[in-house]
Design a protein around this ligand. Structure first.
Ligand code: NAD
Length: 315
């Protein structure tokens, strides 16, 4: 049994990670100030092997028991959140990552940072390999998130090279599943909420921009495999099946049996045109590949979350 500290453990991905680590017999310390997460995501966990510390990681934080793994997920993640919290996002990526790395150093723990495909920006290389350095607008509105993650990756490598911390960098591509917030602005929860209420489905631009969507259980399996490997350089984890936003909207309508119509809205600033992971490295290093296809993942999301949760009509 290992002790795993999960920053952002009350968020969408973090809470699924806590569930899976506990299921595998580990002890979990969840560190989360509930800035964008919720106690609802962890209130079902009632075992002595789990503790939640309501701590803002922008300030230094400590735990006085041994820690074997630090999974560093805390950060606003959806555009709605990081556009509302630009300075907080930069501080979590910088100060917060310093504190999480410092803690891993003190405890001689293996450290994994949840980075993002957004470090590739609006990519000029397709699909995106880990060796691609990216094409990011540092001063656009999305720059606060993209650059915070790029800085956090640089910091992680510096702690590894200079301080000898055992680090891993996971570049996460769009992931979906139960516990996404219906109003967090990301495509799948937005389309599901609209389709389940037979409301117009709002596609940005002409909908020809592409994304690839990974189901949460696949992602968490990849995250733990990477944490438990000895690898230090970035590894993409995502589902390489690529869809246009229009195809995604049509698939959501089909799976939900909705009567919604598709409508178009202006494209946000610096919205990437394409997004598709090259996952060859994850296959070689970890023997990892996603298993859940989009239609199946959408069905599971609806079944597990329930219509009230997905439409925001639950109490
Ligand atoms: P989320 O917003 O649901 O979870 C983030 C969690 O971090 C929340 O529970 C929030 O309360 C917590 N947090 C934020 N600031 C904090 C602070 N200062 N101190 C303590 N806790 C703080 O987002 P998510 O989708 O679960 O994303 C988790 C991580 O994965 C993020 O780092 C994100 O950048 C990365 N990621 C997610 C995706 C995706 O598709 N979901 C894609 C790429 C990268």
């Amino acid at each position: 049994m290992a002790t795993c500290l999960v920053t952002g453990g009350a968020g969408f991905l973090g809470s699924h990670l806590c569930d899976e680590l506990l299921r595998r017999g580990h002890r979990v310390i969840c560190v989360d100030n509930l800035e964008t997460g919720s106690l609802k995501n962890i209130h079902h966990i009632r075992v002595p092997e789990f503790v939640h510390l309501n701590v803002d990681i922008i300030e230094p934080f400590f735990v006085d028991e041994p820690v074997d793994f630090v999974y560093h997920l805390a950060s606003p993640a959806s555009p709605i959140d990081y556009l509302r919290l630009p300075l907080h996002t930069l501080k979590v990526g910088s100060h917060g990552t310093h504190h999480a790395l410092g803690l891993a150093k003190k405890h001689r723990a293996r450290f994994l940072i949840a980075s993002t495909s957004e470090v590739y920006g609006d990519p000029q290389e397709h699909p995106q390999k880990e060796t691609y350095w990216g094409h990011v607008n540092p001063i656009g509105p999305r720059g606060v998130y993209d650059e915070a993650k790029r800085y956090a990756e640089a910091l992680t490598m510096a702690y590894h090279r200079q301080q000898g911390v055992d680090t891993a960098i996971m570049r996460i591509f769009n992931t979906y599943g139960p516990r996404m917030r219906p109003h967090d602005g990301r495509a799948i929860p937005t389309f599901l909420r609209q389709a389940l209420q037979d409301q117009p489905i709002t596609v940005f631009g002409d909908g020809s921009q592409t994304r690839s969507f990974c189901y949460v259980s696949d992602l968490i399996r990849g995250m733990i495999a990477l944490a438990e490997s000895g690898h230090h350089h970035p590894v993409n984890i995502g589902n390489p099946n690529e869809f246009t936003l229009l195809e995604l909207a049509e698939t959501v309508i089909e799976v939900t049996g909705s009567r919604s119509q598709i409508v178009h809205e202006p494209l946000p600033t610096d919205d990437p045109q394409v997004r598709q992971p090259d996952i060859a490295l994850a296959g070689q290093l970890l023997g990892w590949a996603p298993e859940v296809e989009l239609r199946e993942g959408l069905r599971r999301t609806i079944e597990d979350a329930g219509v009230e949760m997905l439409t925001g009509t639950s109490s």
